[in-house]
Design a protein around this ligand. Structure first.
Ligand code: C2E
Ligand code: MG
Ligand code: MG
Ligand code: MG
Length: 285
């Protein structure tokens, strides 16, 4: 079995592509052309400060509008980009575009400290010269590095702990934030992960699903308490009910990101939202 992420192994042939006549290879060559055809863009999902309902920042999420297939999910094309090496180009595009948009939005009144979070995949960590790319992009757009956050998952850090640790230390030296994405889906302990210089923890949405097991709230509570003790910011991903938002607020979970507050938005919509009102999203009472 191929490793889920990273490593240098070639993935085994997987015949299970849903759409007839457009297999992985076709999608890969389409993805190569997608840049030139301007089919790739970023959507921006608000990350909300639970106590006030304010937008603290956005997560930048890649979108691919395929001419025939319509929107292709990143869950489908990111793995293809990773095995084909296209992820480096994709990652550079996402980083540049996210920082470009953010630097524009930060000029809006009261928005100077708005953040943007950019997902980084394991192949990028291995191949892309992230440290120099981050340095260059923040300089290019005159961005305060603290307002840029990179999201990494525990599995990619655990795949290559030594190299990750070195790289993450260098990124922290530049001043950028580091978020641990999808926390709780891997098998590593928080205490082990704290050897790496993360400043934010994103609790995976599976812990906040309404049909989740009865012990889940206790797990969420203990993750939040531990993170707070360690001085980490916490983002609850995919929270779905007002009840849960209240609970999160009571446990001092500072941020939430979910369809309940706002879906990923086109950049123009995100900008409009920032301009319209200061507090735009439903406040947890
Ligand atoms: P992620 O980084 O964990 O991003 C959050 C995902 O959860 C997004 O899916 C978002 O649309 C979705 N989401 C947000 N709120 C809710 C909610 O209330 N309910 C549910 N069910 N889902 C919610 P999306 O945009 O489809 O992205 C999927 C994954 O693809 C991301 O998960 C990330 O791992 C990857 N990805 C997306 N953009 C990039 C990128 O630029 N680079 C890399 N390397 N990976 C990316
Ligand atoms: Mg993410
Ligand atoms: Mg996530
Ligand atoms: Mg995820």
């Amino acid at each position: 079995q191929a490793k889920r992420m990273g490593g240098d192994r070639v993935e085994p042939f997987r015949p299970a592509f849903k759409t007839v006549g457009s297999g992985r290879l076709e999608l890969e060559s389409d993805l190569r052309r997608a840049f030139a055809r301007r089919e790739l863009s970023l959507a921006f999902q608000p990350i909300v400060r639970i106590a006030t309902g304010e937008i603290a920042g956005f997560e930048a999420l890649l979108r691919w509008e395929h001419p025939k297939r319509g929107m292709v999910s990143p869950a489908e094309f990111i793995p293809i980009a990773e095995t084909s090496g296209l992820i480096v180009q994709l990652g550079q595009f996402a980083l540049d575009e996210a920082v470009r948009r953010l630097s524009d939005w930060q000029r809006l009144p009261g928005r100077a400290n708005l953040t943007v979070s950019v997902n980084i995949s394991s192949r990028q960590l291995i191949r892309q010269d992230l440290v120099n790319d981050v340095k260059a992009v923040t300089k290019r757009y005159g961005l305060k590095p603290q307002t840029l956050k990179l999201e990494l998952t525990e599995s990619m850090v655990m795949d290559n702990p030594e190299r990750s640790s070195q790289l993450l230390d260098k990124l922290r030296e530049l001043g950028v934030g580091l978020s641990l994405d999808d926390f709780g889906t891997g098998y590593s302990s928080l205490s082990y992960l704290m050897r790496f210089p993360f400043d934010t923890l994103k609790i995976d949405q599976s812990f906040l699903a309404p049909d989740s097991q009865p012990q889940r709230p206790i797990i969420v509570q203990s993750i939040v308490s531990m993170a707070n003790e360690l001085g980490l910011s916490v983002v609850a991903e995919g929270v779905q009910t007002q009840e849960d938002v209240k609970r999160l607020k009571a446990m001092k979970c500072e941020y939430a990101q979910s369809f309940m507050f706002a879906p990923p938005l086109a950049p123009e919509e995100a900008r409009r939202l920032l301009q319209e009102r200061h507090q735009t999203l439903p406040k947890a009472s």
